[in-house]
Design a protein around this ligand. Structure first.
Ligand code: AP5
Ligand code: MG
Ligand code: ZN
Length: 217
């Protein structure tokens, strides 16, 4: 199963990706997570990417496309994969199509998690993440059992640097300008499915499963 998760920042892509990846046993590939890992390890890629992430801007296409191609070439992607946060520009989508075409493959679906803008700011500014194991929480909608401590590894949870109100607004503008056109792109390919991303996390996952059932065997 080859799935792309589309949706604005804060739509719940990472949250749903975790469930989808477990349910269908496919690797969860998040370009945002790859960049953040490199930033925390201060690799050359991390140093370069940090300039963009901190301001809510996109990392240049050529950098991002090569990272994803490398990742998709790994053995665990043979049976399928779940892309979270990639593609994010038409350029990236075309590069992905070409890469898969050359192997006689194509994606099964681009699944859009649809959430109105009004809900996004609250989701983003309330998000807390674990810097050690990557688990993600929300102070109101998905709180840690012990305040401020990760349920999984008990590290102190933190707020992502780009989850401040002003950077979230910039990220939403970037989404409108550069990523939104992908909805039309996949619609034209008849590969778009849309899931209502409002309501409880588990409710959204039930909708995701329903939608995937009809698309992928
Ligand atoms: P990335 O990490 O991909 O960020 P994003 O797309 O902005 O998305 P988020 O991770 O913020 O949101 P999400 O949809 O995963 O929501 P989540 O599940 O966490 O990218 C970060 C940066 O990296 C970019 O700005 C860019 O610089 C760079 N980058 C990445 N990919 C790139 C690419 N392809 N090209 C160029 N640059 C790239 O949920 C959000 C919060 O809401 C959480 O607190 C969660 O608990 C809560 N929540 C989730 N679902 C619900 C629900 N149903 N009800 C209530 N709360 C909910
Ligand atoms: Mg995410
Ligand atoms: Zn943790």
């Amino acid at each position: 199963m080859k799935i792309i998760l589309l949706g604005p920042p804060g739509a719940g892509k990472g949250t749903q990706a975790k469930f989808i990846s477990e349910e269908y046993s496919i690797p969860h590939i998040s370009t945002g997570d790859i960049f953040r890992k490199n930033i925390s390890e201060k690799t050359p890629l991390g140093v370069e990417a940090k300039k963009y992430l901190d301001n809510g801007q996109l990392v240049p296409d050529e950098v991002t496309i090569n990272i994803v191609k490398d990742r998709l070439g790994k053995d665990d992607c043979k049976e399928g994969f779940l892309l979270d946060g990639f593609p994010r520009t038409v350029n990236q989508a075309e590069a992905l199509d070409l890469f898969l075409n050359n192997k006689g493959q194509k994606i099964d679906t681009a699944l859009l998690i649809d959430v109105p803008k009004e809900l996004i700011l609250e989701r983003m500014t309330g998000r807390r993440v674990c810097p050690s194991c990557g688990a993600s929480y929300h102070v109101k909608f998905n709180p840690t059992k012990v305040e401020g401590k990760c349920d999984v590894c008990h590290s102190d949870v933190i707020q992502r640097k780009d989850d401040t109100e002003s950077t979230v607004k910039d990220r939403l503008d970037v989404y409108d300008e550069q990523t939104q056109p992908l909805i039309g792109y996949y619609k034209k390919q008849k590969a778009l499915s849309i899931v209502d991303g409002t309501g409880e996390i588990n409710e959204v996952f039930q909708r995701v499963k329903e939608s995937l059932k009809s698309i992928c065997k």
